[in-house]
Design a protein around this ligand. Structure first.
Ligand SMILES: [Zn+2]
Length: 494
């Protein structure tokens, strides 16, 4: 995800830099020496059990969840995600009627039991009415409350049992409860286009999901929409057909994908196909009434090959872009095909969302506390791109400038808390952390570390602890103090 920083703020700082910088320096000086009682000890900081165990967060009442079903377990997204199940595959077979604003169809969730289960819990918005649930073709009873669908299979599941849970539903989809920094998430849109941007907990606004990045799965997605409209989604385009009344778009995602990265955009969009490095299919969609926007992406293949030199092979079997006809102010790294508003097509945004295909999409955080690994790398990729393409770009000065603004400088950025999960510090101090690590290790060891990180964890989930362990291998020494000062402390490292 990347959202626009308000130009007024940047300009304001530039125009009145003297007084504002002085003011913020004073504030930093005032807090730097103080002991923050909430700062965790080093032993707690990278202990996943301490910071993100399977306990329900304090603001979720476990008694709201029926016994034997699953419950929320990531304190950054209370209420989203389930334990006890491991989803293998989602099959979405949905129709969208824009005139009636009605989404309808069946999603089949193929899941494996991680222990004996009487009940299966999935996240699904309550304004989508469930009319039928079948488990392996047998009717099942279910309860659908606030964002939670609880299914009782005809027979209890034993450890490692795999079942198909087919859920038929319909309704007028709506965004999820607003995220503190990002606002509306999930099913979004206006009269012209319906589209989905779910980070971090919006998938349940359009399909039943184990809505947490730790449970990745493959997908088949089929959409029936009115003739003449496109339904742009993730993965490879398997088929598209228009019989004059209905258009059908069928997509397949064969590499594991986190639920927040699943998307669809339905509207008058032009399909533009091209070829990237090594024949990589580039499948993109642009507003039919603004076809010239496609030119903004002429360098897509060059960007892919440039980032491949830095990070290793592009991790998926297709790439592209979805530009929706609206100034939404953000872009999201939806897998294979990032989604953009028309106001966020600059080079920085395009490099950022491409870099996320390695960092976030292929190599995915185990929990939201590790989001800096996504956003730090994607923001650092913007600087690396400029280092290679812009004469006179000074990457050391760029990294140093992060310290100038409390919004980009103030930590912690590991486990930042619900209100600051998408703070600009997670992005910019995250990138500065990686740049400081590069200067600590030297270019050769740093880029070897990055490429090994990507190759070893392709398609999987990772933690900050994992990254530190690999960095220490490449450094040949303890980097605990380095990472603690960059990731977990409020003041910016001196
Ligand atoms: Zn991002």
């Amino acid at each position: 995800m990347l959202r626009r920083r308000l130009l007024a703020v940047v300009v304001g700082l530039a125009l009145t830099g003297g007084s504002l910088a002085g003011c913020s320096d004073d504030e930093t000086a005032g807090t730097a020496g103080a002991t923050d009682p909430s700062t965790p000890t080093s032993a707690e900081v990278f202990d996943p059990e301490a910071s993100n165990g399977d306990e329900a967060p304090p603001d979720v009442d476990p008694s709201d969840v029926p016994e034997g079903a699953t419950q929320a377990y990531d304190h950054h997204t209370p209420g989203a995600g389930s334990t006890g199940i491991d989803v293998q595959h989602y099959g979405l077979d949905l129709a969208w009627d824009p005139a009636a604003e009605r989404l309808s169809g069946t999603t089949t969730v193929t899941l494996r039991a991680e222990h004996d289960l009487d009940l299966i819990g999935l996240d699904l918005a309550s304004n989508l009415e469930v009319t039928d649930v079948e488990v392996d073709g047998e009717p099942a009873t279910f309860e659908h409350g606030a964002n939670e669908l609880v299914v009782q299979p005809p027979e209890p599941l034993s450890l490692d049992d795999e079942v198909d849970v087919a859920i038929t539903y319909a309704g007028d989809p709506a965004p999820a409860a607003a995220e503190p920094s990002l606002g509306d998430i999930g099913w979004l849109g206006n009269d012209e286009v319906a589209f989905v941007a779910s980070q971090p907990y919006g998938a349940s606004t359009w399909f039943p999901a184990n809505d947490h990045p730790s449970d990745k799965a493959t997908y088949d997605l089929t959409f029936e929409v009115p003739s003449g409209l496109a339904a742009a989604s993730n993965g490879v385009l398997v088929a598209n057909d228009d019989d004059g009344s209905t258009a059908t778009w069928q997509w397949a995602v064969e590499q594991p994908m986190a639920t927040y990265l699943a998307t669809v955009a339905i509207g008058e969009l032009d399909l533009v196909e091209a070829e990237g490095p090594d024949g990589l299919p580039l499948i993109s969609f642009f507003p039919a009434d603004e076809p010239e926007l496609a030119e903004q992406f002429d360098d897509m293949g060059l960007m892919v090959s440039t980032l491949e030199q830095l990070f290793g092979p592009y991790p998926f079997d297709s790439f592209g872009a979805i530009v929706v006809p609206d100034e939404v102010g953000f872009a999201l790294e939806t897998q294979n095909r990032p989604i953009y508003g028309t106001d966020v097509l600059s080079e920085d945004f395009r490099v950022h969302e491409l870099a996320h295909q390695w960092f976030g999409d292929s190599v995915t955080p185990e929990a939201w506390e590790d989001l800096w690994l996504n956003e730090g790398f994607a923001t650092y990729a913007e600087w690396l791109w400029r280092e290679r393409t812009e004469d006179g770009f000074d990457i050391d000065a760029e990294a140093a400038s992060v310290a100038d603004d409390p919004e980009t400088a103030d930590g912690p950025i590991f486990d930042p808390g619900v209100d600051d999960l998408f703070s600009f510090a997670v992005y910019y101090r995250g990138a500065a952390t990686l740049h400081a690590l590069r200067r600590e290790l030297g270019d050769e060891a740093f880029f070897a570390l990055v490429r090994e990180w990507v190759a070893d964890n392709e398609g999987g989930n990772v933690s900050t602890e994992d990254f530190i362990a690999l960095a220490e291998q490449h450094a040949g020494r303890d980097l605990g103090p380095f990472f603690r000062s960059w990731l977990t402390k409020q003041p910016y490292p001196a």
